[in-house]
Design a protein around this ligand. Structure first.
Ligand SMILES: Nc1ncnc2c1ncn2[C@@H]1O[C@H](COP(=O)(O)OP(=O)(O)OP(=O)(O)O)[C@@H](O)[C@H]1O
Ligand SMILES: [Mg+2]
Length: 628
């Protein structure tokens, strides 16, 4: 999937050169301007040394032809040694500075990109795949840092070299210089046309390769599913189509390269041949020295490299502009959910003044009491309305359970409560104050959330739980782990809490992952606890044990519990049945059962499914068991 979206990204910027964009990008080199100047300077000295060498050869040859008996070689040897030393030292220096610059710029762009990715709201991630974001911080970043370091160096080196050669040739023999320069436009044209095609074709190869890698990856990770559905042959056929495509575009790329190099060599040889013929006749007629002819021929061959490099960067510039648009767009993207200017000003003022007891940094009370959804409307990315005019008032310390059909909007409700998203209409009030008036960081740090699909980081179980509160001691972590699952967590794991969780908790069972995530939330000791299907994958026995531990956690703490397994919500203060974004029923377990509506229907369906195990339990609270 990610690769499809990655492919959708434009390869080449739509308009011509966007100077504003490049100016912004150029600003990333500001901390390293000294190095940039040095880099350009060394590029120029390399070019100057390259222009000087044929001149030295010319003089030596001319003197050798004119008066071989009086020739003193050592000044030439000295000059040659000096030019060589300048050349070698300059190359060494520009490799050093260029390498540093490229790495430093890439580092800065990645750091700024990552920093902003962390700030972005969840809605931004709904719009983009992980693969897309990764590509921005890897390949795009690489391209930009390359062009800002090596591209700039080559620009200075190549233009100095071209200018130097042209001047040297024009001074030596203007007519012959014109013969060589006549080939140059053709050389430039061929280079630009081919370089662009070669770059596009290389891009195609990379893109096909990434699709191939993705298919390979899916083939490996999805092998269980493939085996179960006997999809091996079909998979092989699909893979064959992809690898066939890879073969075709690789061959095309090789062909282009194979044509370009000989074509340029031919043009170079043609120019050298012309110089040799016209210059040779000139030398024979005494209009030109032999040294000048040799120097001319050397210059003619030197022409190829700078033109080749310049056309490469010119072609690259177009693609780099598209990369720059995407990367800078990501770095500069303003998070949709952030503190307003007024809140930021209050937070800044509070940071300077003394800490007031019982007052949060945003100036409002530290404790969260009543929470109210007032006429809340919401849709994801401006699509279909998930909630409309939703009203709910939750008292301080109340335990609210949300149940109802799949896709009803329960997770959406708690996502809004956590301010991962904000209401598109109406407001969510915390003690009568719109939660957008509160500091975002402070507010979210008061919430403990166990997500429906928990994420674990690679590291030990202990480290994953400690993520909830980094300064917690081992005993506190153990206590939270016991509260969240006790024996189940300790007993089943090979190395107890030191067991490695693996990438995204891959080495743990799904139920164990949920317990770790629950322990993490409990460790944070939040004011509001939100559990979205927190124990859906643990067995009924473990769940009952957890429930007993949680009763202590829940006591006096405002909690939102979402569960499909209704046995877990029976003791809630209030159960809300949510269907299509609306509360269709509300009350305690006993009240709702007695009412005989949707909740009762759900419980009877479930007790049927659970083959009567819970049917007897339903009656435990005093209400009659649903008929099954
Ligand atoms: N990130 C999203 N982007 C677009 N639509 C979404 C997104 N998340 C959820 N939805 C849509 O919002 C609706 C409500 O989803 P939500 O996850 O809140 O349901 P739920 O009640 O939690 O369901 P479940 O019991 O299956 O977890 C669904 O129709 C779903 O397709
Ligand atoms: Mg959900």
């Amino acid at each position: 999937m990610s690769d499809e979206r990655l492919d959708d990204a434009p390869e080449v910027a739509s308009d011509g050169l966007d100077l504003d964009l490049w100016r912004k990008l150029w600003a990333t080199t500001r901390p390293y301007r000294g190095r940039v100047v040095l880099l350009c300077l060394f590029g120029c000295t390399v070019a100057a040394a390259e222009v000087a060498l044929p001149q030295l050869t010319r003089r030596l040859l001319d003197e050798l032809v004119e008066s071989p008996s009086t020739l003193v070689l050592w000044p030439y040897a000295g000059a040659y040694a000096l030019i060589s030393v300048v050349l070698v030292a300059s190359v060494l220096s520009f490799i050093h500075h260029g390498g540093f610059l490229r790495t430093a710029i890439a580092h800065d762009i990645r750091r700024d990109g990552f920093a902003n990715v962390q700030r972005l709201s969840l809605a931004s991630f709904d719009r983009r795949s992980v693969g897309w974001l990764m590509a921005r911080l890897t390949s795009d970043c690489e391209r930009l840092s390359n062009i800002l370091a090596w591209g700039v160096l080559d620009l200075f080196w190549a233009s100095t070299l071209l200018a130097g050669i042209t001047i040297a040739m024009l001074t030596m023999n203007p007519l012959l210089a014109c013969v060589v320069l006549a080939v140059v436009p053709v050389l430039i044209w061929v280079s630009i046309v081919f370089k662009r095609r070669i770059l596009h074709s290389a891009r195609e190869v990379r893109r096909t390769n990434s699709r191939l890698t993705a298919a390979y990856n899916e083939g490996i990770t999805g092998q269980r599913t493939s085996k179960v559905f006997a999809r091996e042959q079909a998979n092989l056929k699909e893979f064959g189509v992809l690898s066939g495509g890879m073969y075709a575009c690789s061959v095309r790329n090789q062909l282009l390269n194979a044509t370009y190099v000989p074509l340029v060599l031919t043009l170079g040889s043609l120019a050298t041949g012309l110089v040799l013929a016209a210059g040779g006749m000139n030398v024979a007629a005494g209009g030109m020295s032999l040294g000048s002819l040799i120097a001319f021929m050397m210059y003619t061959r030197f022409f190829f490299d700078p033109i080749n490099e310049l056309s490469h960067w010119l072609a690259e510039l177009q693609m780099a502009q598209a990369s720059a648009e995407r990367v800078l767009g990501l770095i500069e993207e303003v998070p949709e959910i952030a503190d307003s200017d007024a809140v930021r000003a209050r937070l800044a003022a509070a940071a300077e003044g003394p800490r007031r007891a019982g007052v949060a940094p945003d100036g409002h009370p530290q404790t969260i009491g009543e929470i109210e959804f007032r006429g809340v409307g919401f849709s994801y990315g401006g699509g279909r309305a998930i909630l409309e005019g939703f009203d709910l008032r939750v008292r301080a310390g109340e335990r609210v359970a949300l149940v109802g059909s799949t896709g009803g909007g329960k997770t959406t409700l708690v996502s809004l409560l956590c301010r991962f998203y904000e209401p598109t209409a109406g407001a969510i009030l915390v003690d009568g104050v719109d939660y957008r008036e509160r500091g975002l960081d402070w507010y979210q740090s008061q919430l403990g959330i166990v997500l429906q699909t928990p994420h674990l980081f690679s590291g030990s179980v202990m480290e994953n739980i400690r993520y909830g509160r980094l300064d917690a001691g081992d005993d506190e972590v153990e206590h939270a782990a016991r509260l969240a699952g006790g024996a189940a967590l300790f007993g089943e794991l090979e190395d107890g809490l030191e067991t490695q969780a693996g990438e995204d908790g891959g080495r743990l069972s799904v139920g164990q992952r949920q317990l770790v995530s629950l322990a993490r939330a409990l460790l944070a000791d939040p004011q509001i606890l939100i559990m979205d299907e927190a124990t859906s994958s643990v067995d009924a026995e473990t769940e009952r044990r957890i429930q007993r531990g949680l009763e202590r956690v829940w006591a006096g703490r405002t909690s939102f519990v979402i569960a499909h397994r209704l046995s877990t919500v029976r003791t809630a203060d209030r159960i809300l049945v949510i269907e299509r974004g609306r509360v269709v029923e509300s009350g305690t377990h006993a009240q709702l059962l007695a009412r005989g509506g949707r909740y009762r229907e759900l419980t009877s369906q479930q007790s049927l499914r659970e083959s009567g195990r819970d049917a007897s339990d339903w009656g435990a609270t005093g209400a009659s068991a649903p008929s099954s």
